[in-house]
Design a binder for this molecule. Structure first.
Ligand SMILES: Cc1cc2nc3c(=O)[nH]c(=O)nc-3n(C[C@H](O)[C@H](O)[C@H](O)COP(=O)(O)OP(=O)(O)OC[C@H]3O[C@@H](n4cnc5c(N)ncnc54)[C@H](O)[C@@H]3O)c2cc1C
Length: 292
């Protein structure tokens, strides 16, 4: 069983509608550098859940259809997902785990956590039976930058760039700008302006109107935008910082505990997927051993 605090699935592969138009306020695209994730992208292309967006051969970026979140919804089909369950406590009880939210408690032989490492660390630190210091050590080395995404629905199309995506070499105060119309050619005109980490750190607790004003001020072409309405998304754990960890996940098989996600392999959707694959192999092998 998968427990997720959100109403939907996908985490930072997230989308919302503004006056009916889909906006991706987390990941803008997926890549396919590895053979394993390439296979997933191939299947998603056949199912018309992704379309090629931009990028030269070998570095193509794919957008979800009708929104990025559809990728997560499709991959989660058939899974038993308990939505809206915010885990507040995890407890190892000798030969099983107890995981609880305010209202519910779930017991399981093994526990795989895939929330960002600082959140996993908080939950495990409050656990009386401490996992090995090796897991805690690894988790404490995985850090994230904050991020803020401004979505603006527009009255008229606004060409951001030939591809519809602009990435600044210097990511401050703005890291990227995406043109929602150019991305899929389906929705109403709009832009998504993503802040850099320093901007997000400075403004994270500012009033939303101030953040919107500052982000628009920082975008040199903002005067050209005919804005109908705006929406803001703040990410406390947006992008994982570089680190020297080469493992694909961390684990303590003696207490059947694993942690995976974009903290390992690469700080992007593809990296999180590959970490998930490797950890699944490890969990399956340990469960098989236990059954013998
Ligand atoms: C603004 C932004 C832009 C990005 N752009 C790109 C991009 O263009 N391309 C790309 O490849 N990557 C991009 N990324 C990064 C990408 O989104 C992540 O690397 C990837 O989604 C990480 O997946 P994950 O499963 O490891 O973590 P997450 O997606 O964060 O999933 C963690 C899940 O844990 C759940 N959770 C957390 N705490 C609890 C709790 N206590 N109880 C229950 N559930 C909990 C959350 O609800 C969430 O569903 C971007 C990220 C951001 C924020």
């Amino acid at each position: 069983m998968v427990c997720d605090k959100s109403r939907g699935v996908g985490g930072r592969v997230a989308s919302r509608r503004i006056e009916g138009a889909p906006f991706d306020h987390g990941a803008q695209f997926v890549t396919r550098r590895s053979a394993e994730f390439s296979k997933i992208v191939e299947d998603l292309l056949i199912e018309e859940v992704v379309i090629p967006w931009f990028g030269e051969a070998g570095k193509e970026r794919y957008a979800g259809l009708p929104s990025m979140n559809q990728i997560a919804k499709t991959l989660a089909e058939g899974l038993d997902v308990k939505r809206g369950m915010r885990i507040e406590n995890v407890r190892f009880c000798g030969d099983y785990w107890e995981v609880s939210s305010e209202a519910e408690l779930v017991r399981s032989r093994s526990l795989l956590m895939t929330c960002p490492a600082p959140q996993a660390l908080d939950l495990l630190k409050s656990e009386a039976t401490e996992p090995s210091s090796c897991v805690l050590n690894t988790l404490s080395k995985i850090e994230y930058d904050k991020g803020i995404a401004l979505m603006a629905l527009l009255k008229e199309p606004f060409p951001v760039s030939d591809s519809g995506f602009l990435q600044y070499d210097d990511p401050e105060p703005i890291a990227t700008v995406a043109d929602t119309l150019k991305k899929r050619g389906l929705e109403s005109p709009g832009v998504i302006i993503q802040s850099g980490p320093d901007f997000a750190e400075r403004h994270f607790d500012s009033n939303p109107d101030t953040i919107i004003e500052c982000l628009l001020d920082a975008y040199p072409r903002s005067k050209e935008l005919k804005i109908v309405s705006t929406s803001l998304q703040k990410w406390r754990y947006a992008k994982r910082r570089e680190h020297g960890i080469s493992d694909s996940y961390s684990s303590d098989p003696s207490i059947m505990l694993w942690h995976a996600g974009d903290g390992y392999v690469a700080p992007k959707v593809e990296g999180a997927y590959l970490s998930g694959l490797r950890v699944a192999e490890s969990v399956a092998a340990e469960l098989e051993l236990k059954l013998k």
